[in-house]
Write a protein that binds this ligand. Structure first.
Ligand SMILES: [Zn+2]
Ligand SMILES: [Zn+2]
Length: 164
């Protein structure tokens, strides 16, 4: 009864494509999406610190004169970049939600100017606390996010209007 093994010897070379979204004109949409992703990833990588969505939107418009990229597209693109680990969300103690390029800088802390609100990457870690350090009470440190506040160089250089 053993009609000898009819086990397929080969597996299909390609697993069925799960990216066949036939519903929407994929070519055009895909191309524009890819382009936006590149533009926004480049903006994040060139930024001196994490940016807000409106800031990213402004820069995306500037980078593509004549285009009218909407803020919804920027938002969607950022989500995709986060999914692909090319960007990460930064939530500051002020509640400010920003995005920065992921990975390429390693650990760094942030500085937020109290006057202009801009946020800068501080390229040195100011907290000399080793990973794995044990704090009094037995808390084992695995990381930290530090946001310093004060005046950025530009704002510090401006004459201070002080009441006397
Ligand atoms: Zn400032
Ligand atoms: Zn640090």
């Amino acid at each position: 009864m053993s009609s000898s093994a009819k086990i397929p010897a080969r597996r299909p070379a390609k697993t069925a494509s799960k990216t066949a979204s036939k519903a929407v004109a994929p070519a055009k949409l895909g191309l524009r999406q890819t382009r936006q992703r590149g533009v926004i990833a480049a903006i994040l990588e060139a930024a001196p610190g994490p940016l807000t969505i409106p800031e990213i939107h402004q820069q995306a418009l500037k980078a593509q004169p004549g285009s009218n990229v909407g803020i919804a597209t920027v938002y969607r693109t950022l989500n995709l970049l986060v999914e692909n680990r090319r960007a990460q969300l930064v939530i500051l103690p002020s509640g400010d939600t920003r995005y920065e390029a992921a990975g390429h800088k390693g650990h760094h802390d942030h500085f937020q100017c109290k006057t202009c609100g801009k946020v800068f990457d501080i390229d040195a870690c100011l907290l000399g606390l080793a990973h794995g350090a044990i704090l009094p009470g037995g808390y084992r440190v695995e990381g930290h996010e530090l946001t310093l506040t004060g005046q950025c160089p530009d704002c510090a250089a401006k004459p201070v209007k002080r009441m006397r």
